[in-house]
Design a protein around this ligand. Sequence first.
Ligand SMILES: [Zn+2]
Ligand SMILES: [Zn+2]
Length: 257
Amino acid sequence: MQFFGDYHTHSRFSDGRQSVGDIINAARARGLKEIAITDHGPLVAVIGVRDVSDYLKIKAELATHPESEGIRLLIGAEANIRDMHGTLDIPREIIEKLDLLIAGLHPYTLPTSLEDGMGVFVQNSLRHLGRYQRDKAIEHNTLAVLAAIDQNPDLDIISHPGLFFALDIYEVGRACARNDVLFEINCGHNFPDLSAIMEADRAGASFIINSDAHFEDSVGSLAYGEYVIETLGIDKDRVANYPGRGGYDTWGKRAKH
Ligand SMILES: [Zn+2]
Ligand SMILES: [Zn+2]
C-alpha cells in the first residue's frame, strides 16, 4: 500500500542513526510524496536535540534539496510534554518556524517543577505499588496530554498515545477530535494496540500512521498501521495519510490557516 507520506522520523540531530540526506533518500526510494523530519525536543535525557537551534539547521539543510527531486520535505519536531499544564520543551518562536508539531510523553523528560516531576514522572515509576498509584498515574498522564492539546493550538499530532505512560485513551481521543489533533498509530513501536485504537476511534479521533524511523530501513515502513486500519475497518477518511488522501496540505495546521 502506498501511503502519501511519513511525518515522524529522527535524524542524528537527536537519537536517529541517519543523516537528513539518508532520510530523504530512503523516503524517495519508498515512493513517498512527503517526508517530515521531527527530532526530539531538547529537555529529555540522551535522546533530544542539543539545542532548539538544531531545528533551524535541519530546515536550512532541507532548503538545499530542490523540490524538483519529487518529494516534499517538511521540518517538524516531536516536543516533550513537561507537566500537567501542557508545557512543551520547544519555545514558541521556534515552533512558528516549523511546518508541523508533534508532542508526546517520554521518560526522563525534565519537568517544569518538582510538583510536576512528582505528579507525572515519578508516579509512573511507582506503578508496581498497586492499583491506587496506577490510577493516579493514568489520571496525571491524561491531564498532561489533554493540557498539551488544549494549550498548544499549533499541535498537529500526539505521538504514540499511551506508550511509556498509560493514558485514558477515550479522553485523549475526544480531545484530539475536538481540537483537530491527529492520534498517531506508531509503526516503530507497533503501538497503540488494536483495543486502544478502537477506543480512540469510538471517541471520534482522526489518525495518522507514522514510522517513527530512527534508521533508513524504517523510513516509510507503515505496515502496522495498514494492518490496524484494515483489521478494524476504520473509515479511510479519518486517516490523514491514507493512500488517496491529499497529504500535509489537507491536515497540517499551518497549511490550513
Ligand atoms: Zn516519541
Ligand atoms: Zn519519535
